[in-house]
Each structure stands twice: as C-alpha cells, then as structure tokens.
Design a protein around this ligand. Structure first.
Ligand code: IMP
Length: 427
C-alpha cells in the first residue's frame, strides 16, 4: 500500500506535473486516472521543456511504468503524435500502457465540443474543445456503445461502433447544427492510420495495476485539472466531465480506497482559472496582470490567458476536505515577490452570512465576496532558496498562515520552474 495521489486543489494548472515528476523519480508506476488531452503539463528537465497533454509526466523516468487508466479518455491521434514527439526527443515510450477500457475521443467528439460551445453563446463553459465532454457523454449514455481503445484493435468492431454512433450524431449535426453528415470512413481513417504506432501500448491496466500494487510497487496517481473542475464537486456547470478529486483515482484505476496512502494537494501561491465560471478572488486589474506576466499564466493546451487573483484559502480548505489532503505543495511562490502586502482570502461573505468553506449552492457561490487578510510581502529573490530556512521571514509567514488556514502541513514549496528549484519538506 504505497500510492500517492497528486491532486490539483484549485482550477487546474497548479503545477502538478512538476510534483509528479519529482515523485516519479522514486516511483515504479505513474498513472493518469481521468481526463484526456485537455490537460497540459509543462515539465522542465535539464535543458528540455516538455509539454505533455496525455502522457503522464512520469514518462521522463525510464524505469517507471506510465499508465493511462480506465477513467481517462484518449484521443488516439494526439496519443500517437505525443508518443512520436517524445521518442524524437530521446524519451522512450516503451513503458507506456493505455487501458483498453478507456474511451476513445474521435473526430466527431471534437466537432461536437466546438459546435456545442458556439451554440451556448454568452453561456460558454470555455472548454478546451478537445472533445472531452462529448466523449464522456457517449461513455455514460451506454447505448449506442461508446468506442473504447480495445475497439481500435479490431477494424470491424470499430466500424460497427462508429456506424451506430453516426446514426445518432448525424441527425444532430444536420438538423441542429446545419452541418453535412459524417461518413464512417472519414471518421475511422485518421484513427486507423495511427493504430500501428499505439496498438502495442493498449492493455488491461486494471489487472496490471492490481498486480503492481500487490507486488509492492510505489505508485503515483497523477490528477489532471483540479478539484473545482470536478463534475460533482466543482463549480458546476463550469467544470470538466470527469473526477479530478483524489477519490477519482480509485474509480479511474480500479484500485480500492485503501490503496491510497498519501494525497499531495498541489496549489499555486495565488489562484488562476481558465474558462468561464465564478472566481471570488479574481483581480482583473494591474495586480492580476502582473501575476499573469510573472507566472507566464497562459494555457499549455489552448494558449488562452488565465484569469489571475489572490490566494483563496476557503477553496483550499474545502479542497483539503474533499481530497483528504495529507500535504500541500505550494507552487510559484516566486511570482509573489515584491508585492508590498499579499492579500489572502480567509472567508467569504454572502447574503449576510460568513462562509468558511465553499457553499454547495451555485447561486450562493456566485454571490460570495472575499474577506481578506493582508500579509506582509517580501522583496528578496527566492529562486535560489533550497531549504525552509533560506526563505525570507515573510515568505515563511505566508506559508505558515496558509497551512494554518487550510489545516494541512506544507510538503514542498516551488520557487522556480526547474526540478532543483524546490524546497522539499515532506514529499
Ligand atoms: P473541458 O475539460 O475541455 O470540457 O473544459 C471544461 C472546463 O475545464 C473549461 O473551463 C476548461 O478551461 C477547464 N479545463 C479543462 N482542462 C483544464 C486544465 O488542464 N487546466 C485548467 N483548466 C482546464
């Protein structure tokens, strides 16, 4: 029993890739349990900066098995492209395993994601348009059967499943969106073209993971997106269609709850969000702009500028409870250098009430206003700090207050993008 979940405590993009990469150095298996190519991990390894969307960050560690488990949705064309790109950069994908039960994202999912978004007008979710929602919809709809990765290995089964899907999707494309119907061959041709490059990686990952677990393997479950993008516990409907919370690691891998030993909650020292939806501590003015420029807050997958704001301890406290977080990894602390004071949201107020945790009702959340506490800032550069004692007093005070407000000890602090720029306390 030695699995660690790395989970995003905010709205994604917290820097989970860096923490997974650090943990993967000691891991035997690194697993993605939900989401698909909507994720974007930037991992800096020596001179190389790698941007990954599908393949787990653990791929940089040649000894670790790298698994896309049952709960993920896999775009085979993106998978093949990422696989080839990594190999060309000298990163072997020999240890990559993809669940045959993971649902495949096909061209019509991406098309529908875009058409659905456009039809929402001002009510857009701001999806990544990678087909995530439509692919999970097919999975949960059950009939006609969604296409799974196993089906790519059998052309007749693939054709049959896609034909059944098109019988439902073409009337939608024609009569709701005024588009031409899709032909089965145009859907499956690009997929069949990449199958020879990915076929050997498709397997029964549930059995593989169970064997690894019972054999004593050290495992890292790498969450994508973040707690508040969770389909059930996020800011619905401005969420993704899977379960990024730590509990999603069990559903998405087939391993039971007792396999999880530790949960590292990853958060930025401030807050960001891509896409629409409530964001109580958002700073649309100069402070938010400064955070965006310093933190290079532009989406890895879509390049969109991220909305930026102050740290929201109410969210983090709620996320700590939702995920059973055992440690906090605080990322991008260096971005806050040089602010004279740093506000932290310690509670919300709405409708004459004070909230210590994120309220469940969306209308109440939309009405929430942050209650701030001002903490003194620090001016010394921190990029070279490697130990807790190296950090400026006020930076430590900020982290201590954060830990106190959230009720979870600090496990690591990131002070720059490289692996070395990390103060490790208990990872
Ligand atoms: P979808 O996952 O593409 O359906 O997008 C749903 C919502 O989740 C949108 O607000 C996206 O911007 C957001 N989202 C999806 N993936 C990520 C991510 O990796 N980081 C941050 N936001 C994400």
């Amino acid at each position: 029993m030695a699995a660690t979940v790395v989970v995003g405590m905010q709205w994604g993009d917290e820097g989970k890739g860096k923490i997974t990469d650090l943990l993967a150095a000691q891991a035997d298996v690194v697993v993605r349990y939900q989401g698909g190519s909507n994720a974007g991990h930037t991992v800096v390894a020596g001179e190389r900066t790698l941007k990954l969307h599908l393949v787990p960050s653990g791929i940089l560690h040649p000894k670790a098995l790298c698994v896309m488990a049952d709960g993920t949705v896999v775009d085979p064309v993106t998978l093949a492209r990422e696989h080839d790109g990594l190999e060309q950069q000298g990163v072997s994908c020999a240890n990559l395993r993809v669940s045959g039960n993971a649902h495949a994202i096909l061209p019509y999912h991406m098309l529908l994601d875009t058409l659905e978004e456009e039809s929402r007008g001002a009510g857009q979710i701001g999806t990544t348009r990678r087909g995530i929602g439509p692919a999970y919809c097919d999975k949960t709809a059950r009939v006609p059967q969604g296409v799974r990765m196993w089906d790519l290995l059998d052309e007749a089964a693939l054709r049959e499943r896609v034909e059944a899907q098109l019988a439902v999707k073409n009337p939608l494309l024609q009569h709701v969106y005024g588009r031409e119907p899709l032909q089965v061959d145009e859907v499956i041709a690009p997929v069949l073209e990449v199958v020879p490059r990915i076929a050997d990686h498709i397997t029964d990952t549930r059995v593989l993971l169970y064997e690894q677990m019972t054999g004593g393997a050290r495992m890292v479950f790498e969450g994508a997106q973040g707690t508040f993008l969770d389909l059930d516990y996020g800011t619905y409907p401005y969420v993704t269609s899977s379960h990024p919370v730590a509990g999603g690691a069990c559903l998405g891998t087939g391993l039971g709850p007792r396999s999880i030993e530790r949960v590292i909650g990853v958060c930025k020292a401030y807050t960001t969000r891509v896409g629409a939806g409530p964001f109580p501590t958002e700073q649309p003015g100069p402070d938010g702009d400064l955070i965006r420029e310093r933190g290079h807050e532009y989406g890895t997958t879509t390049g969109r500028p991220r909305r930026c704001g102050w740290l929201d301890a109410v969210m983090l406290r709620t996320a700590a409870a939702l995920n059973s977080a055992t440690g906090l990894a605080v990322m991008l602390l260096d971005v806050l250098n040089d602010f004279e004071t740093v506000p932290v949201c310690v509670a919300y107020e709405a409708e004459g009430r004070r909230y210590e945790c994120v309220p469940g009702r969306d209308a109440t959340y939309a009405a929430c206003r942050p209650v701030y506490e001002e903490l003194p800032g620090w001016t010394q550069p921190i990029a070279d700090c490697r130990r807790w004692e190296d950090l400026p007093d006020n930076a430590r005070r900020y982290l201590d207050r954060m830990s106190e407000l959230v009720g979870v000890p600090i496990a690591a602090v990131s002070v720059g993008p490289s692996r070395e720029q990390t103060v490790v306390l208990d990872l």
